[in-house]
Unconditional design. Structure first.
Length: 151
């Protein structure tokens, strides 16, 4: 288990729950909108907005937090996160906002306290990128999009 330290932004509503796992098998902890003055954000089809959570987090070095859409909002309303998965680095200490987009066909209102995304804590492995003269051969080779077929 990894501990993520959390503080609330000045003026954030302390009655809005901290990120939480809704079931024992959940990989993602739901994070909620913490809207100034509780005023909803109306998203028309195709619009996006930065939705505040009222939180700042401290992630241990060697980990990241991935911000992912909630599948129910995506299926029922077309609400998604355009930069999925978003990454919060361990050295970031600023406000946690979620870029929410309405890919649906009807207006959608983000309400105060609503679960808008999920946070997945993941280990990070950093690589050394090395310039070489050639790459190793594989069966796939240079085959790109769709090169492995369907089904």
């Amino acid at each position: 288990m990894v501990s993520i330290r959390v503080i609330r932004d000045e003026g954030a509503d302390a009655s809005v729950a901290l990120p939480s796992y809704e079931t024992p098998g959940s990989a993602g902890a739901d994070v909620r909108a913490n809207l100034p003055d509780g005023t909803p954000i109306l998203l028309e089809p195709g619009q996006r907005a930065l939705v505040p959570t009222g939180l700042r987090i401290e992630i241990p070095q060697g980990y990241e937090v991935q911000v992912r859409p909630r599948s129910g909002l995506a299926l029922k309303h077309g609400i998604t996160l355009p930069n999925t998965p978003g990454t919060i680095d361990s050295d970031y200490r600023g406000p946690l906002g979620v870029i929410v987009m309405n890919a649906g066909q009807e207006s959608f209102e983000v309400t105060h306290g609503e679960r808008i995304a999920q946070l997945v804590v993941a280990p990070v492995v950093q690589a050394v990128f090395e310039a070489v003269d050639a790459l190793g051969e594989t069966e796939r080779g240079v085959g790109g999009f769709g090169s492995t077929g369907r089904g």
